[in-house]
Write a protein that binds this ligand. Structure first.
Ligand code: AHG
Ligand code: MN
Ligand code: MN
Ligand code: MN
Length: 334
């Protein structure tokens, strides 16, 4: 069967009135940037791109060379098309304006240029996560405030995984679509339409090394899973943890599961590790569009009114019935 390409898919979406020409261009440009990042990641040691850049980002993480390079690729690709009002990224302290020499558009793009930094040097899947918002009406020079919109306002979200194959997963608010990079042709044929996350699962993803720091409802939930057949859940659960959110979420989108990065009490001032604007929100949008659920353990991620661009949140997402169960444990502790 001959499948349609991302370009054709987007043109059809435009014809059906779901997106305008600028949003179509934006997605095309992001896909092209992801293709370039995929090539850089794929070269590995041969490209001289492994290892640390020797700098720190605003959250105090050491930047890898590929974090910085991926950020530059996305900036450079998106600056001149006329479709954006501004960009923001994990790797930049503040929003990045569109240079004056280029026209400005109506959209804001927020991204995690390279997710899974700890896996770059060990040849394990990494990825790019992005979210698209509308620039608030009348705002000519968008600052941080322009970006602080709840995830329900996203007009598109997606991610690329640079794994054994490179895939691009996209939602425009009408289901979730997966495209696979054809490395010979250089295009992205559609490989899965209307993806669905099964409501039930026997697989969970969490960094268990933090268990001693978890809140009681979290410990209760995982203890019950670990108890297996003879425990309250009456069946065995399996565990997977890639430590690249994109890869863990992609597995869940493909075959179900629950992904958790909870708040822990190791650092009480830090509400979880993952960032709301460019990790939690785009993934929550995708997961909900595929029939799953996404919460902080207490509230729906997409409903949060952000206070800061680099704000962190606890993340529980994936198969609906498991996310609802662990959220209920937090809301009404035993
Ligand atoms: P990033 O590389 O963009 O900073 O994100 C890393 C995140 C996420 O991808 C992953 O789920 C998590 O860090 C892994 O954390 P642990 O090292 O605690 O397992
Ligand atoms: Mn990082
Ligand atoms: Mn990340
Ligand atoms: Mn990152």
């Amino acid at each position: 069967m001959k499948s349609i390409s991302l370009t054709q898919f987007l043109i059809e979406q435009q014809r059906e009135g779901r997106i305008n020409a600028d949003l179509r261009l934006l997605i095309e440009v992001v896909a092209r940037a992801c293709k370039r990042i995929s090539i850089a990641v794929g070269k590995g040691a041969l490209g001289g791109v492994l290892g640390s850049a020797g700098t720190e980002n605003v959250q105090g993480e050491t930047q890898k060379k590929l974090d910085v390079l991926s950020n530059e690729i996305l900036l450079e690709a998106n600056a001149w098309g006329g479709h954006l009002a501004a960009l923001a990224s994990e790797e930049m302290d503040d929003p990045h304006p569109i240079p004056d020499r280029y026209p400005k558009g109506e959209y804001l793009l927020v991204f995690d240029p390279l997710d899974g930094s700890s896996n770059i040097d060990v040849n394990i899947s990494v990825g790019t996560i992005f979210s698209v918002l509308r620039c608030p009406e009348g705002v000519k020079e968008p600052d941080e405030k322009a970006f602080l919109q709840p995830g329900t306002q996203q007009v598109a979200a997606g991610y690329a995984v640079y794994g054994s194959s490179t895939v691009l997963v996209l939602t425009l608010g009408d289901g979730v679509y997966q495209f696979t990079l054809d490395r010979e042709q250089g295009n992205f044929p559609l490989t899965h339409a209307k993806m669905r996350i099964p409501e039930d699962t026997s697989e969970f993803a969490i960094n268990m090394s933090n268990m001693r720091h978890w809140e009681p409802p979290m410990r209760r939930y995982i203890d019950e899973l670990l108890a297996g057949k003879t425990g309250p859940r009456g069946r065995d659960f399996n565990m997977r943890w890639v430590a690249s959110m994109v890869a863990d979420v992609h597995r869940i989108l493909t075959r179900g599961g629950i992904f958790i990065y909870p708040r822990d009490l190791k650092d009480p001032g830090k509400p979880g590790k993952l960032r709301l604007m460019y990790e939690a929100n785009p993934m929550a949008f995708i997961v909900e569009q595929a029939g799953g659920a996404a919460t902080t353990g207490r509230e729906r991620i997409l409903a949060i009114a952000p206070a800061q661009l680099h704000q962190r949140v606890p993340v529980f997402l994936g198969s609906k019935n498991e996310v609802e169960r662990v959220t209920a444990y937090h809301l009404t502790p035993a």
